[in-house]
Design a protein around this ligand. Structure first.
Ligand code: CP
Length: 315
């Protein structure tokens, strides 16, 4: 166990591809301990949250997670109230906070790949809280934690990932984490939003890793075989051409009627926010796990900050 503690300490979290199955499982164990109130921590470090794009869950769960493990937070939830609007660079913004004594940056940014650039220039850990359409690794950690917690395993599950697979950053990071297990993935989207349209070679990675997957357009073709359906919002704000968005908007809406023939333990997930992809009629079914999933963000991010900033050795 102590080996994993060392492996997490001072790590940057840039891509979900950078971590092993062993490291994820270790993180999940620590998150579970926090969730069950079996672990308390008083880390006493400073976490700087820099959100250059809007957020409800990621910003607030990181902030609350930091406070719950005895850390301080500074930074901003919106760059609109900062000197970024006067033209200050991201590099200079981080440089300022290092002067104030930060121990870790949690950054959401509209530029894909910027976290790697920043990690090469700053000594404190950099955590990617979402970069454009590229990745959202900590979301994927809490997503797979939720699956692991619900099923007690990940191997052997059939998982549908549906929606905006082209511009969404959660489908890529989720697929990368799941590629560590023997799962069957179904990528469900209209042709315009399928994985081969992404700019980041995600499909090439999955093929190289030997992941078993299929691409389909109609969720009804596989719904009753699935263990998990992970629904995502169509990312209107990331379409370069809104006429393309008009072609695919409202392509799918899951309602409670769709769930009549699903497996008993089937679960519906969503990183949230939802717009209309999951009808509220699903909320009161035992299959709806998206609010529990969002809540798990708190525990997974507590575990993440705890391990990166100085979780003690638990022999
Ligand atoms: N899931 C997620 O990243 O939500 P926010 O955009 O509200 O942080």
């Amino acid at each position: 166990m102590w080996v994993c503690i060392k492996e997490w300490k001072n790590r940057d979290v840039i891509s979900a591809k950078d971590f092993s199955k062993k490291e994820f499982l270790f993180l999940f164990d620590v998150a579970k301990k926090f969730k069950q109130n079996k672990l308390k921590a008083n880390v006493g470090k400073t976490v700087t949250l820099l959100f250059f794009e809007p957020s409800t869950r990621t910003y607030n769960s990181f902030r609350m997670a930091a406070h719950k493990i005895g850390c301080f937070t500074d930074g901003f939830a919106s760059a609109q109230t900062t000197s970024v609007v006067k033209g200050e660079s991201t590099f200079d913004t981080l440089k300022m906070f290092t002067g104030y004594g930060t121990d870790c940056f949690v950054i959401r940014h509209p530029k894909a790949g910027i976290h790697r650039y920043l990690a090469e220039r700053f000594d404190v850990p950099i955590i990617n809280a979402g970069d454009d359409s590229h990745e959202h690794p900590t979301q994927a950690m809490l997503d797979v934690f939720t699956i692991w917690e619900n099923f007690g395993k990940i191997d052997g599950l059939k998982i549908g990932i549906m929606g905006d697979l082209r511009y969404g950053r959660t489908p890529s990071s989720l697929s990368y984490v799941l590629s560590n297990w023997k799962v069957k993935l179904y990528f469900i989207a209209p042709e315009l939003l399928q994985i081969e349209k992404r700019l980041d070679n995600m499909e090439f990675f999955l093929q190289k890793k030997g992941v078993d997957y299929e691409k389909i357009s109609n969720y009804k073709d596989v719904l009753n075989e699935l263990d998990v359906l992970y629904v995502t919002r169509i990312q209107k704000e990331r379409f370069p051409d809104l006429t393309e968005y008009e072609k695919v908007k409202g392509s799918y809406v899951i309602t409670s009627k769709d769930l009549k023939g699903v497996k008993k333990h089937f679960i519906v997930m969503h990183p949230l926010p939802r717009v209309n992809e999951i009808d509220t009629s699903v909320d009161n079914t035992p299959h709806a796990k998206y609010f529990e999933q969002a809540k798990n963000g708190l525990y997974v991010r507590m575990a993440l900050l705890y391990l990166i900033l100085g979780g003690s050795d638990e022999k």
